[in-house]
Design a protein around this ligand. Sequence first.
Ligand SMILES: [Zn+2]
Ligand SMILES: [Zn+2]
Ligand SMILES: [Zn+2]
Length: 312
Amino acid sequence: MAAWTRVTGKKRTRQFGVTMGSGILVCQRVGKSLKKKLKFPVTCGSKEGILHKDRYKRGEPCILSDGQWFTPNDFEKFGGKEKNKKWKISIMYSQVPLLTFIQEGFLSSPSFKIKRLQDQEPECGKKLIRTRSNTKHEKNSVVSTVMPEEDSLVIKRVFRGDTFEVSCFRGQGVLHVSRFATETCGKCIRTQDAWLTPKDFLNQNKAEGHWRLDITSRSYSLGKLIMSRVLEPHMVNCKCPICTEDPLHLLDQKNDDVCFKCKHDGDLVCCEKCPRSFHHHCHKPVLEDDMIGDHWTCCYCKAVTAKRNRSS
Ligand SMILES: [Zn+2]
Ligand SMILES: [Zn+2]
Ligand SMILES: [Zn+2]
């Protein structure tokens, strides 16, 4: 646990900075060994299991324990740590939480992410309107209107994907459904240079508006998409990492979940300045661990800075 807390909040990139303490170096050694393994032993509470990486990457039940396959979530329950609701912290390898290895790029961030929100936080998936900042206006336009089932089916068919383009006044972005939680939690809209919450996206483009009405996609407002359950706001008291604004998760939200170059997930290095993330080998130049410090910026940001320096 000590190693994990030391990493927290200190680092922006998911790679080790050379300035880290010795606890981290131990971790790095363990992490490197883990990276090469196809399967490795994990523990949660008193339970032991073997995590199979191929299954893990595919988002399948991947931990074999007592002759049964478990998802990380279920293994957390099996180990009696379900109260944590954070398997990345509850499940350990060499007494270091898996989160550390994920953050440091030794283990991919698995696709359980979305599933996890669904099966761990049943209240999350329900369509409920967050009341904290509801205005009268919002109540009238959203809560009191019931959308006919056929309409909502049509809309659902149009918005089948995990992402869709949104606009607000002149602003453009792409909304990622799995990142959406509420107006102020969950940076779900990727603009050209940042990840924003719906509220931030609105403020950036049209300060005097309402996010449910003024952010639209193919002429449907987000309010309409919520009514037809394309988007499902999390509850007021939702305990998921997005809504609790878990600092690690917040940091994670600032950058893309997939590599900017190849569009796949895995061990990604996050740029400090822009929302891009990269695999070591996809970045030009290819990244070595010792090139990545605490405030690493990507080749695109470096090029912009260089250009600015030349012209000034
Ligand atoms: Zn939530
Ligand atoms: Zn890549
Ligand atoms: Zn960058």
